[in-house]
Design a protein around this ligand. Structure first.
Ligand code: NAI
Length: 712
């Protein structure tokens, strides 16, 4: 298998060559070293072939043209020298450039994902054709991995579509479809998939006649046609925008911008050399390594069925949802969006009507219209049924409970519902804190019950925690995992326990923020320490978003479970007592009287803090970050020791997706491994007087002793 070729050359006409990619044994074509070597061999053949009218480059994989360079090879490269990286980049660029010098027109016929190195290869062709297939996407996502295109992408793209468009595509890293590519001049045409080959042949004939591609080849060798003024303007506006988006944590987009601007006046050859040199500056940096790790976390998650061994998930053709509030309506929207019918019930007819309307509106939402798309709405309406009686949801393959967070209400509901369910139906609870094994206590079939913990808002949050109770079966877990994936979510399987995974790790951090406040740190200083670490918002603001009453309640649950290390701040209770529940009530730690989404300092809170304050220290920034993130890290080592998750990487993905832990740090445990267990012990040392919550855990001590790491 390993020796089977990835590339084949055929001749649909005597003077037209078809160069087809088909990496054996893989779902997607990737550009590994072996594939590039094969490409070099095929180019040798084509260069020697006389009388060719055209070469068409295509893929035999459905839905994929070329997904990019082989990142596993990148990751396995170890620590190559700068010269080696420059040579790697320049080698790929020079190889692809041979396509642009063949003695005939070259056409990339793209009918699927055309990304990264694959997009660069396509750009070295004279022409590109794309299809109307929704999977047909062109993109250069390298900046998301802490790099920029290194095989000539920063040279070719500005020459093909103009510098402004190139900056947007390369620095933003988002993909575009055929329609946008056509509008930008990147694609020559967009056709239905089944007409692609025919269109490519027609294009070859047209170019054979006109020879237009030869003039373009001349032009693409030259510097770009932009004035100094245009360049300066673009550089300044794009840099400001990128700075705002990346907050200085992601160097690649700015580096790509600098490169493209400073190379604009050079010819393609010189610009290419600069690109290779610049690429070597980014390759192997900590941010690059961290982001590649995140890519692998996502990739692993996509392939993880959630259970060991061969277990067939049950097919879910129809979903029942009970409770049409915030979560129930969000879940319903996600379900019908993926073309699965859903039946929703709520005890309150008003809540039901409201929830169904909200779910439809959300599922039909169209970004360009900034509202529901009427045509989509018409298609969705028959998929969502409002049930008149509770029993009407029972005919579903999966029933998700999303009623009030009250164990008694939930258990009574299950007792009524269970006898009505089909033999293999799965029952799931969206509870955020109640033990799944406890909820399962009265069930006759606890094996087909699990937690399915979506995050709020469902449409934006990719994470779903699948909670395995003591009796939950493998098939139930596999079904829940497959279902969450069908909704486009990233499920992680967590054993039942207080706070499951994400909230359990979030609490030490949130609580410590309040301790710091009572020791003298201003609220916004605590928040800033977290955002400077890379969190999307600070913990104090997060309290206001989550709701202080919810946080207080969940904090009690955590305190009961882990009294030795979970502190309960008097500040939180005092604010709740005063009716300050966060954004939803217009006031929490901050005031939302003037702007609903942006808190402002409130003198009443300052006064309250004065009365509860234990100290008035100026806390150094390093201590602020240590105090916030080390307790979270220690808790993660306990989670690993208890085998709450099956793999350390689930902790990292869970936190990135669940609370926005900064991807440029690679994940919590990936970050821990970069500090090293000995380094962590050192950082903990000054805080030993704070008690159990800063004590090294047995796993940390043991890992330090053995010189190991947390990652497998
Ligand atoms: P919500 O208050 O918005 O909605 C609950 C709905 O359930 C209400 O419409 C209510 O009328 C209905 N209901 C109550 N008892 C019922 C019964 N016996 N039968 C049918 N319907 C009943 O609450 P939300 O926020 O949607 O929460 C639902 C569940 O999801 C809770 O368990 C909560 O802990 C959990 N959750 C909430 C998150 C959030 O951020 N809001 C996040 C993740 C989970």
């Amino acid at each position: 298998m390993a020796d089977a070729p990835s590339l084949s050359l055929s001749f649909p006409h005597p003077d037209v060559a078809l160069l087809a990619f088909d990496t054996p044994g893989k779902g997607a074509n990737v550009l590994s070293r072996a594939t590039l070597a094969e490409l070099a061999g095929q180019l040798d053949v084509l260069e020697r072939h006389s009388g060719l009218a055209g070469v068409v480059v295509c893929s035999r994989k459905p839905g994929v043209f070329i997904a990019g360079a082989d990142l596993r090879e990148f990751a396995a490269a170890g620590n190559p020298t700068r010269e080696e990286v420059v040579a790697l980049a320049a080698g790929g660029r020079k190889l692809f450039a041979r396509l642009s010098r063949l003695p005939c027109v070259t056409v990339a016929a793209i009918d699927g994902a055309c990304l990264g190195g694959g997009a660069e290869l396509a750009m070295w062709c004279d022409r590109r054709l794309m299809t109307t297939n929704p999977k047909c996407q062109f993109g250069l996502p390298e900046v998301k991995l802490g790099m920029f295109p290194g095989w000539g992408g920063t040279v070719r793209l500005p020459r093909l579509v103009g510098l402004g468009n190139a900056v947007e595509l390369i620095c933003g890293g988002e993909s575009i479809d055929g329609k946008s590519a056509l509008a930008m001049g990147l694609a020559s045409d967009v056709v239905p998939s089944e007409r692609l080959e025919e269109a490519a042949l027609a294009l070859v004939r047209a170019e054979q006649q006109s020879q237009a591609y030869l003039q373009d080849r001349q032009r693409w060798q030259q510097p770009l046609a932009v004035s100094e003024t245009e360049l300066a303007f673009l550089a300044a506006t794009a840099a400001a925008y990128i700075q705002g988006q990346t907050k200085g944590h992601y160097p690649a987009p700015l580096a790509a911008l600098d490169l493209m601007v400073s190379s604009a006046m050079l010819d393609a050859e010189e610009a290419g050399e600069r690109e290779s040199a610049g690429f070597a500056e980014l390759f192997g940096t900590p941010v690059n390594r961290a982001l590649i790790n995140v890519f692998f976390l996502q990739d692993r998650n996509k392939k993880d069925p959630g259970v060991a061994g061969e277990v067939r998930p049950r097919s879910v053709q129809r979903v029942g949802i009970i409770g049409a509030g915030i979560m129930g309506s969000g879940i319903a929207a996600a379900v019908i969006k993926r073309e699965t019918p859903a039946v929703v019930f709520d005890v309150s007819p008003a809540a039901l009507a409201n929830g169904v309307a909200k779910a439809l509106e959300e599922a039909a939402y169209d970004r360009s219209l900034r509202g529901p798309d009427p045509q989509r709405l018409v298609k969705l309406v028959p998929r969502l049924q409002a049930a008149a009686r509770e029993a009407d949801v029972a005919a579903a393959d999966l029933v998700i409970e999303a009623v009030v967070e009250n164990p008694q209400v939930k258990q009574e509901l299950f007792a009524r519902l269970e006898p009505l369910l089909g033999e293999d139906a799965v029952l799931a609870s969206n509870t955020s804190a109640i033990s799944i094994s406890r909820l399962a206590a009265g069930l006759k079939r606890p094996d087909r019950f699990c937690g399915l913990h979506f995050f709020n808002p469902v449409r934006r949050m990719p994470l779903v925690e699948v909670i395995r109770g003591v009796h939950t079966s493998d098939q139930t877990v596999a079904t829940a995992v497959a279902f969450a994936k069908a909704l486009g979510k990233s499920p992680i399987v967590v054993r039942d326990g207080p706070g499951f995974l994400v909230n359990r790790l979030l609490f030490p951090y949130m609580n410590e923020a309040l301790e710091l406040v009572l020791e003298g740190a201003p609220l916004d200083t605590v928040d800033r320490a977290a955002t400077e670490f890379g969190m999307p918002m600070g913990p104090i603001t997060l309290f206001d978003v989550v709701g202080l009453d919810t946080a207080l309640y969940a904090g009690r649950v955590m305190h009961e479970a882990f009294p030795d290390r979970v502190v309960q701040s008097p500040l939180l209770a005092a604010l709740v007592e005063r009716g300050r529940l966060g954004q939803k009530s217009g006031a929490g730690f901050f005031s939302y009287a003037r702007r609903k989404d942006r808190g402002e300092p409130d003198p009443q809170v300052a006064e309250l803090i004065e009365t509860l304050r234990r100290d008035r220290r100026e806390i150094p920034p390093q201590e602020l970050q240590d105090r916030l993130f080390l307790p979270m890290l220690l808790e993660a080592t306990r989670v690993l020791a208890e085998e709450l998750v099956r793999d350390a990487r689930d902790v990292d993905l869970g936190l990135i997706y669940g609370i926005g832990f900064p991807p440029f740090r690679g994940g919590l445990l990936f970050w821990a491994d970069t500090l090293g267990p000995a380094g962590i012990l050192q950082r903990l040392a000054p805080y030993q007087h704070l008690g159990e919550r800063f004590q090294p855990t047995p796993l940390l001590t043991e890992t330090a002793r053995s010189g190991g790491r947390f990652y497998p």
